[in-house]
Design a protein around this ligand. Structure first.
Ligand code: IPM
Ligand code: MN
Length: 384
């Protein structure tokens, strides 16, 4: 029998627990149906509630505890809401979100994958009907760059204060993220062939390829890491003659994500630039309510990867039972797919969950439904 995959479920704050509850119900349904070798443990931390009680967002040995799991399924961290409760226990963002960054760093989850595909039923924010063909994968460097958290404040609070915030880019991290992008481009092209879909991307010489990697930088202003990214990109691209290459400056990329998003396939960006671009990518592919995200460590099997939707704790709607669990469920499907690298039945269950959520979206996209109602409908589709 396959080894049991173990999941740490961390619902977090705000709508996190509401959408995670539906993810767990779907996992229960799938486990019962296929007798999956899957188990999970729910943690009340990291969260505002834990901080209110114990004075810290999570226990000192939290990372050690989480390391025993194969994956972490995270709801959301941040303002717990409800927004009209002005007396609610509220931490600053840098405190409440710190565990998220510590997990990414502590488990070296160096890839953040954010697919943006406009599925039938999802809200089409862009008027141009070619927007129906949006199907990109934004790969965000998740281990360094603008997020290294090095720097400080000198002469704090005085008129002569100086704040420094360092950015660090290493060749090693640059190489691994760019190579990962090319591998994904190849894999996506192969999957499209299997599904009978094709796409065509132009090379600079006019010829066409089945897939593309677009590198994002701001090398016209941030030249040191921009030039290193460009050199590494060109070196690695030579190993993938079947994949078209492209480069965009991040500001132009924002513009093109809106004016011609269907022209992108795989996009590789730095930590901060990828963060910003993926909010935009989420909106043009249906909104935050449907946008999945994964923080992956593809190289060390002893490190858990973390699965959390792109959206936050949504304090404006928290506690009302109206949050859309779709993004959380698509994220859960990707978690199963990831765990399925070792256990094909889990990958199969991931596909089943994706198909059920997509079918629900196609039928009910745009309907006003409660969180629980959406979960019910999807569990019903999954039930034997
Ligand atoms: C995200 C979030 C986080 C990030 C914040 C909450 C620190 O915006 O996951 O995209 O910037 O990475
Ligand atoms: Mn973000």
């Amino acid at each position: 029998m396959a080894q049991t995959a173990r999941i740490a479920v961390t619902p977090g704050d705000g709508i996190g627990p509401e959408v995670v509850a539906e993810a767990v119900r779907c996992l229960e349904t799938l486990r019962a149906k296929h007798d999956l070798a899957l188990e999970w443990t729910r943690f009340p931390w990291p969260s505002h509630a834990w901080h209110e009680e114990y004075g810290e967002s999570w226990p000192k040995d939290a990372l050690q505890q989480l390391k025993a799991y194969d994956a972490i399924l995270l709801g959301a961290l941040g303002d717990p809401g409800p927004i009209d409760d002005t007396n609610r226990y509220l931490l600053s963002d840098s405190v409440s979100l710190a565990p998220l960054l510590e997990m990414r760093k502590g488990f070296d989850q160096w890839v953040c994958e954010r697919p943006a595909r406009l599925l039938p039923g999802a809200r089409q924010y862009l008027k141009d009907d070619r927007a129906k063909d949006i199907d990109m994968l934004v790969i965000r460097e998740n281990s360094e760059g603008e997020y290294v958290s090095q720097g400080g404040r000198l002469r704090q609070g005085t008129p002569d204060e100086v704040a420094t915030q360092m950015e660090v880019f290493t060749r090693r991290a640059t190489e691994r993220i760019i190579r990962y992008g090319f591998e994904q481009a190849r894999q996506r092209a192969a999957e499209r062939v299997q599904d009978g879909r094709t796409r065509s991307f132009h090379r600079y010489d006019g010829s066409t390829c089945e897939s593309q990697v677009c590198l994002i930088t701001k090398r016209n202003a941030l030249r040191y890491w921009g030039d290193m990214y460009t050199e590494v990109f060109e070196e690695i691209a030579r190993e993938y003659p079947d994949v078209a290459t492209h480069h965009e400056l991040v500001d132009a990329a924002c513009m093109k994500f809106v004016s011609s998003p269907w022209a992108f396939d795989v996009v590789v960006a730095s930590n901060l630039q990828g963060d910003i671009l993926t909010d935009l990518a989420a909106v043009i592919s249906g909104g935050m309510g449907v946008a999945p995200s994964c923080n992956l460590n593809p190289t060390d099997p002893d490190m858990p990867s973390m699965f959390e939707p792109t959206h936050g704790s949504a304090p404006d709607i928290a506690g009302q039972g109206i949050a859309d669990p779709t993004a959380m469920l698509f994220t859960t499907a990707r978690m199963l797919d990831w765990l399925g690298r070792k256990a094909p039945t889990l990958a199969q269950a991931g596909k089943e969950l994706f198909d059920a959520v997509a079918a629900d979206l196609a039928e009910h996209g745009g309907d006003r439904r409660a969180t629980r109602e959406i979960g019910d409908a999807i569990c019903k589709r999954l039930a034997p």
